[in-house]
Design a protein around this ligand. Structure first.
Ligand code: CTP
Length: 476
């Protein structure tokens, strides 16, 4: 009983101090302020803003962005966890209440729910939140000059990277790398000096070179975006010179080569990652976790398909550059298969249509002890490009372009149980793999669980079987 009275008294105190100032006859409503931010590596800019926001009223609510929300809006590489960032705000002793911002549009709900009078944000957002004027006063405060979380993250440790190759994907890499903090693209290497020079000028890089050793010694890490057949020798060379490597898919065309490269990286304590963008995109990572948690029961079958019609005199259709549907596209379709069913299959068969010595379409059938998988890849045959993962309780359906996963459904016998998941896949989506690469370099003790070495090796071994014509049926 005593305890009850104490609780009631403390609750009354909370209400009295938090919601209103109560005097015997009149109630004075508090002026409530709200502001939002990531508050990563708290700095004086944040403190200044919170102090000025607080001074505008009596009660300050601070919204701290969740990791998922930041990821979704493309803010990658936030250094501290949500808990640490909440602690940062708490330490300022300026917030009366801290909430978590989890989704787009939440601000309107928060303002209504908390009875907010003034919404405050830094001047870098000028005009962006005018739509909130319908609900409360909107104030943009001058941003503190000369400091930001991005700057602090970059000061922590900047990874300087160079690009090997200057083709289409290398151009996209430069655009996407700008979204990843802690990374600076310095230079480009191409044995054809003119290509290196024009790439360098176009992207305003610091240097270009046709001398591999000279190029390597100027950077901490290398992105290999050269033709397939050159990957392994570039990886070996860069690792042996002590540089981290992010390599375009397929990283290797044989299990032996993939294993040897990972062994070399491990022996030198260097990061080596295969750049299969799907593996790192948030929706695909979520899908894999949901499947592994048993949401559709035991997985019995996977069907994955990806086609991209190509014409003319391109590397993808050139047998001398290891072109073809399998080398070009199978890394994507094999990814969910090896991630869910593993590398230990009992049989595999390929059916291929060939033109000018490259497979323009290949269908693969894989039998596991307790499941099956099939895939289709086409550079010269168009297919419906979806991913279907079938289980004993239901199935996952991911429509094309599933390799840039934005949306998926879990479907069950009872249609009312269908679950729909929406995500944002930002532009080319390379930023996710680049971000993970930088994260791995800065956090060497963390596992690369999104694409494990064994999965890259399994994919390379299937490509190798196909290339050595093992169990391949060619149509005439
Ligand atoms: N802010 C500020 N002055 C700074 C930095 C931030 O007034 N020098 C304000 C922002 O305008 C925002 C709040 O602090 O209202 C939280 O911003 P946040 O995005 O967490 O901080 P930034 O340092 O801008 O982070 P980043 O570099 O990651 O964008």
């Amino acid at each position: 009983m005593k305890k009850m009275i104490y609780l009631c008294a403390s609750w009354y105190y909370h209400i009295a101090t938090v919601a209103t100032f109560i005097t015997p006859s009149i109630q004075i409503r508090m002026k409530k302020i709200i502001t939002y931010g990531t508050f990563d590596l708290l700095h004086r800019g944040h403190e200044n803003l919170l102090m000025r926001a607080k001074a505008l009223g009596d009660y300050l609510v601070v919204g701290v962005t969740s990791e998922a929300y930041d990821g979704n809006r493309g803010k990658l590489n936030v250094a501290q966890s949500l808990v640490e960032r909440i602690e940062n705000v708490k330490r300022t002793n300026l917030a009366d209440e801290i909430i978590v911002e989890e989704y787009e549009g939440q601000k309107v709900n928060d303002i209504l729910k908390h009875g907010i009078d003034v919404f405050v944000i830094g001047s870098d957002w000028l005009g962006k939140f005018d739509y909130l004027k319908e609900y409360c006063e909107v104030v943009y405060l001058e941003r503190t000059a000369g400091v930001s979380s991005t700057q602090l993250r970059n000061e922590n440790q900047m990874v300087e990277i160079g690009v090997i190759g200057s083709g289409r994907i290398a151009h996209r890499f430069i655009t996407e790398a700008k979204y990843v903090s802690g990374l600076d693209v310095k230079g480009v290497y191409n044995p054809k000096i003119n290509s290196a020079q024009s790439f360098c000028e176009q992207h305003k890089l610091s240097f270009y070179s046709d001398d591999l050793d000279d190029f390597i010694q100027k950077v901490d890490a290398v992105y290999v975006a050269s033709p397939h057949l050159t990957h392994v020798s570039y990886i070996a060379h860069c690792l042996s010179k002590g540089k981290h490597v992010l390599c375009e898919k397929p990283m290797a065309l044989s299990a032996h080569d993939a294993t040897a490269m990972f062994d070399l990286a491990r022996s030198r304590s260097l990061v080596l990652i295969e750049a299969i963008k799907t593996a790192y995109c948030p929706a695909f990572v979520h899908l894999m976790a949901i499947i592994k948690s048993g949401a559709i029961g035991e997985v019995k079958d996977i069907e994955a398909s990806f086609s991209k019609l190509m014409h003319g005199n391109v590397r993808e259709l050139d047998v001398n550059q290891a072109g073809g549907s399998m080398t070009e596209l199978s890394s994507y379709v094999l990814l969910p298969i090896v991630k869910i069913l593993g590398a230990e299959f009992s049989s595999i068969q390929f059916f291929s249509h060939v033109e000018n010595s490259v497979d323009i379409f290949t269908k693969g059938l894989i039998a596991y002890k307790n499941a099956t998988a099939s895939f289709k890849v086409g550079l010269g045959v168009k297919t419906e490009g979806n991913l279907v993962i079938s289980g004993t309780k239901g199935y996952a359906y991911v429509p094309a372009p599933w390799w840039k996963t934005e949306y998926f459904e879990l479907r069950y016998e009872d249609l009312n149980h269908t679950m729909k998941y929406f995500y944002k896949f930002n532009e080319d989506g390379l930023r996710y793999e680049i971000n993970d690469f930088v994260y791995q370099i800065k956090n060497p003790l963390m596992q690369n669980y999104k694409l494990q070495n064994s999965e890259t090796i399994a994919i390379a071994s299937i490509i190798e079987k196909f290339r050595s014509n093992e169990h391949v049926h060619f149509f005439q």
